[in-house]
Design a binder for this molecule. Structure first.
Ligand code: ATP
Length: 354
C-alpha cells in the first residue's frame, strides 16, 4: 500500500431485507492510492462505495477517514468528490455552471469560481468549453466535465462508480489512461468501482476483488492476476485454464491419467481435491513430437486472431477438456485440426484448494 493509511473500513456489514450486500468488509486505503473495487454485478461494490460516501449507512462496522470515525457525518460534510455512472450533470446549466456548482455551494466569490473553472477545464483538457451546454458535448467530454466538477472543491477522496461504462470501448480505454494520469499527477486518493478487470488492471495501484459481499483478495494487479488466492479470483481476472486433480504427494497432482509437478508450497494432504490454474500466455505450444513432464497433447479446434492478439483453443481429448493458449509472437501460426503438444513451466502453475 502506498502512503499512510487514510481510509479505514472496519467490519462493515450491510443487508437490504434478506439480501446480504456486505458480509463483513475490512480494508485500508493509503494516501494517494488508486484502489479498484472489482467484482461481478451484485457483489456489493457500489454499496461499499455509497457507505464510504455517506449515502448509505452500514448496519455494523465503522469508516474512519484521517483517523476520525465519519459514520454519522452527512455526505456533504465528508469533503469527498464523486462521479457516478449516470454522471448526473445538470442539463439546464452549461459546462462552467456544472463545474462551479460545488464552489457556489461553498460561497466562493464569482471571480474565483471563474478562475477555478478555467483551471479545471485545462486539467481535464477541455479549455474554452465553459459556455457549452451538456447536450452539446460528446460522451468523453461529459465524462471529463463530471470529473472536473468532482475535483472542483479539492476533495480529499475521489469516489468513482463505473464512470466510464457508458463510453464506447476505444474511448473508454483512452479515458482509463487519462484519468489514471490525472489522478497520479494530483496525488488524490481514489476509489474506483468497476466490473471490468482490464479497467481495474489498467488503473489500480491495488485491486480489491469482491464477490457476494466479501473481499476475496487485495493486491497489486499483477500479483492478483499471477497469484490468485482462490478459484473465483482466478476466473474473474482474465482467461485461465483450470485442471481439476487430486494431490498425490507434496509436489505432484494427478489430473486424469496425467501427473503434473507443481511448485513448492503448501498442498492439502494426498487424496484431497485441488485445482491447477495455468494462464493462457504461460502455455508453450509445439507441433506434438515432444515427451516429458507437464505436457499434454491435443488438437487445435479454433483460432481467434483479432490482430493484436491470438488465442488458440486446443481440445485435449485425453483430459476431456478444452484449453486456451495465447502463443508468444514467435510461435508458428497454427491451423485448425493441427496436432499440438502443450507444455508450461512448473512455476506457471497455481494450485488452489477452494
Ligand atoms: P453492480 O455492478 O450491478 O452495480 P454491485 O456490485 O455494485 O453491482 P450493489 O449495488 O452493491 O452491487 O448491490 C449488492 C446487493 O445488494 C445486490 O444484491 C443488490 O440487489 C442489493 N441492493 C443494493 N441496493 C439495494 C437497495 N437499495 N435495496 C435493496 N437491495 C439493494
Amino acid at each position: 500500500m502506498a502512503g499512510e493509511t487514510v481510509l479505514r473500513i472496519e467490519g462493515v456489514e450491510k443487508a437490504f431485507g434478506a439480501v446480504r450486500a456486505l458480509a463483513g468488509v475490512d480494508l485500508e486505503v493509503g494516501e494517494g492510492e488508486l484502489v479498484c473495487f472489482l467484482g461481478p454485478s451484485g457483489c456489493g461494490k457500489t454499496t461499499l462505495l455509497r457507505i464510504i460516501a455517506g449515502l448509505e449507512r452500514a448496519d455494523r462496522g465503522r469508516i474512519r477517514f484521517a483517523g476520525e470515525v465519519i459514520d454519522h457525518r452527512p455526505p456533504h460534510r465528508r469533503g469527498f468528490g464523486m462521479v457516478f455512472q449516470s454522471l448526473a450533470l445538470f442539463p439546464h446549466l452549461d459546462v462552467a455552471g456544472n463545474i462551479a456548482y460545488p464552489l457556489r455551494l461553498r460561497g466562493m466569490p464569482e471571480r474565483d469560481q471563474r478562475a477555478r473553472v478555467r483551471e479545471l477545464l485545462e486539467l481535464v483538457r477541455l479549455p474554452g468549453l465553459e459556455r457549452r451546454r451538456v447536450h452539446e458535448l460528446s460522451g468523453g467530454q461529459r465524462q471529463r466535465v463530471a470529473l472536473a466538477r468532482a475535483l472542483a472543491a479539492e476533495p480529499r477522496l475521489l469516489l468513482l462508480d463505473e464512470p466510464l461504462s457508458a463510453l464506447d470501448a476505444k474511448l473508454r480505454e483512452d479515458m482509463q489512461v487519462e484519468v489514471r494520469l490525472l489522478q497520479q499527477r494530483l496525488g488524490i486518493t481514489t476509489i474506483l468501482v468497476t466490473h471490468d478487470q482490464r479497467e481495474a488492471m489498467t488503473m489500480a495501484d491495488r485491486v480489491v476483488v469482491m464477490n457476494a459481499g466479501r473481499i476475496h483478495q487485495v493486491g497489486p494487479p499483477d500479483a492478483v492476476y499471477r497469484r490468485p488466492q482462490d478459484r473465483f479470483v482466478a476466473a474473474f481476472l482474465g482467461r485461465r485454464n483450470e485442471l481439476e486433480g487430486v494431490v498425490e504427494d507434496a509436489r505432484t497432482v494427478k489430473v486424469g491419467a496425467h501427473r503434473f509437478t507443481v511448485p513448492e508450497g503448501p498442498l492439502p494432504p494426498p487424496g484431497a481435491p485441488v485445482w491447477l490454474v495455468i494462464r493462457p500466455e504461460k502455455v508453450v505450444l509445439s507441433s506434438g513430437g515432444e515427451e516429458g513432464a507437464n505436457l499434454l497433447r491435443g488438437r487445435v479446434v479454433f483460432v481467434r486472431d483479432v490482430g493484436e492478439s491470438v488465442e488458440v483453443f486446443v481440445d485435449c481429448g485425453e483430459l476431456g477438456q478444452q484449453l486456451v493458449v495465447v502463443p508468444s509472437s514467435h510461435q508458428p501460426a497454427l491451423a485448425t485440426g493441427a496436432p499440438v503438444a502443450l507444455r508450461w513451466p512448473e512455476e506457471a502453475i497455481v494450485a488452489l484448494t477452494a
